[in-house]
Design a protein around this ligand. Structure first.
Ligand code: GLN
Length: 469
């Protein structure tokens, strides 16, 4: 823990941490020491981690990267935070992120941008940008992130680490500051799939405090142990197949993921990784996800709609920022929100309010919900008849330079094309490092491979990734 605290200080320029408290960290480390001494340590005892500042924490401030919650301290821990603490993890603090998780580069943070350790002039991705940067720079061994439309997988890809977004409902959203509640899922980031197994296994499980938490996963109780045992049995099965561990595995490669807009070097790295899976015995199947492009408009109607509703709670009355000067109650709410929310969040609230308003609801929100159903059906058609997993790129390019989207805030939205679909469908997906490509400044930057599975297939996805790693 002391080494990590020093690393965080030395690497201050990455702007990864927004809140560090050595006292709180060392108190957790002493508990881990005691558990080790008493012989009660588990696999995560003493492991240094850090949390995206979208999870509320007792003691540490919980800001969601926003001025609105700049001084907010929660009276309780998010379920994910509590579970990892109870498993013995030592938290080093809270990590920078896009404000309320809205963004793709960690640039929309009230605390300034976090930087990519491979090239500090590049973004680390977003919204869990600092969660990926902190693992890549070895400030901690693992971090938590949240993924509403790609925010675990995309920064993992751009920083060259591994990250997984589980099936919707597998991990509790209790204490995770809400963005788009029907899309939000928490997931871990770490060096490799084997590390993710322990983390995700600990984080997951039914929670009566989250109304959309799953009690069962395909007949198996959603409880700690599920993912680890599915991972172990898949690995045992692969080991028994010798030199061709993945023999029989059908990998669907959607042709829509390799069309216009995909950078050449990214395409090459992803193709090389798929070829490596074929060398391990897997079979490549050409598939189609015809509504891939339409996931962008569907998501950018549904997510802002839910955000505008979720963020209405920040009214300057109950908690969060309150303006110092105002004339009456309505003016106080208006000023508090105008001062507390940054431009990207305000943009999303405007869109969300518009698409939900009388007369537009049918044209936008309802249409987007119909599209969402079709996109989910496309994935099901592929995953039930043609293939066992789907592979492709996570992002169209390597990490962009900080400031690239200043003039056109919607340019970033288009780059979410490969990640949004599975949030709309509620499916699990992960990103693992698979090579490098040249960035705008000429530096070599990481490329990620995306692996998508069917509902509650996390254990097997992690085992497949492990074969490659
Ligand atoms: N880039 C997407 C957005 O801005 C996804 C963010 C996320 O997954 N939290 O909404």
């Amino acid at each position: 823990a002391q080494d990590c605290l020093k690393q965080i200080q030395d690497q201050h320029a990455l702007n990864a941490f927004v809140h560090v408290d050595a006292e709180l960290t060392l108190a957790q480390a002493r508990l881990a020491d005691a558990a080790i001494a008493a012989g009660t340590a588990g696999p995560l005892t003493g492991i240094p981690i850090a949390h995206k500042d979208l999870f509320v924490t007792e003691g540490w401030r919980s800001t969601a990267g926003s001025n609105m919650l700049k001084n907010y301290v929660s009276p309780f821990d998010a379920t994910v935070v509590r579970k990892l603490r109870e498993a013995g993890c030592v938290s080093l603090g809270k990590l920078n992120c896009d404000e309320f998780a809205m963004g793709s580069g960690n640039e929309h943070s009230a605390f300034g941008p976090a930087r990519n350790p491979w090239d500090p002039s590049a973004v680390p991705g977003g919204s869990s940008g600092a969660s990926a940067a902190a693992v890549a720079a070895k400030l901690v061994m693992a971090t938590t992130g949240t993924d509403t439309g790609g925010s675990v997988r995309q920064p993992a890809a751009l920083c060259g680490v591994s990250g997984i977004k589980p099936t919707y409902g597998a991990v509790s959203r209790y204490g995770m500051i809400a963005y788009g509640s029907s899309l939000d899922q928490a997931g871990p980031l770490a060096a490799n799939a084997a590390d993710l197994v322990e983390l995700l296994d600990t984080m997951s499980g039914f929670d009566h405090r989250d109304a959309t938490s799953a009690e069962q996963c395909q007949g198996v109780a959603n409880a700690p142990g599920r993912i680890r045992s599915e991972y172990q049995s898949a690995n045992a099965q692969y080991a028994a197949q010798g030199a061709q561990p993945l023999k029989g595995l059908r990998i669907g490669v959607p042709r829509e993921y390799f069309g216009d807009g995909l950078n050449n070097e990214v395409a090459q790295a992803v193709e090389a990784a798929i070829a490596q899976f074929e060398a391990l015995g897997a079979k490549r199947v050409d598939i189609s996800l015809p509504r891939t492009q339409l996931s962008i408009p569907a998501y950018y109607v549904i997510a802002p709609a839910e955000a505008s509703s979720n963020l209405s709670r920040y009214d300057g009355v109950r908690y969060g920022h309150r303006s110092e000067s105002y004339t009456d109650l309505a003016d106080m709410t208006a000023r508090s929100r105008a001062e507390g929310f940054g431009p990207e969040v305000q943009r999303r609230i405007l869109i969300g309010t518009y698409v939900l308003s009388h007369g537009y609801y049918d044209a936008y929100y309802l249409q987007a919900q119909r599209l969402r159903r079709m996109i989910a059906d496309d994935f099901q058609a592929a995953l039930t008849t043609q293939c066992d997993v789907i592979m492709g790129p996570v992002t169209p390019t390597v990490a962009a330079p900080i400031g690239h989207s200043q003039d056109d805030p919607t340019a970033d939205w288009l780059a979410d094309v490969y990640t949004l679909g599975l949030n709309l469908a509620g499916l699990p997906g992960m990103s693992i490092p698979c090579g490098f490509g040249r960035g705008v400044s000429g530096s070599q930057l990481p490329v990620g491979l995306q692996i998508i599975g069917n509902y509650f297939d996390e254990g097997r996805l992690l085992a497949i990734a492990h074969q490659y790693q």
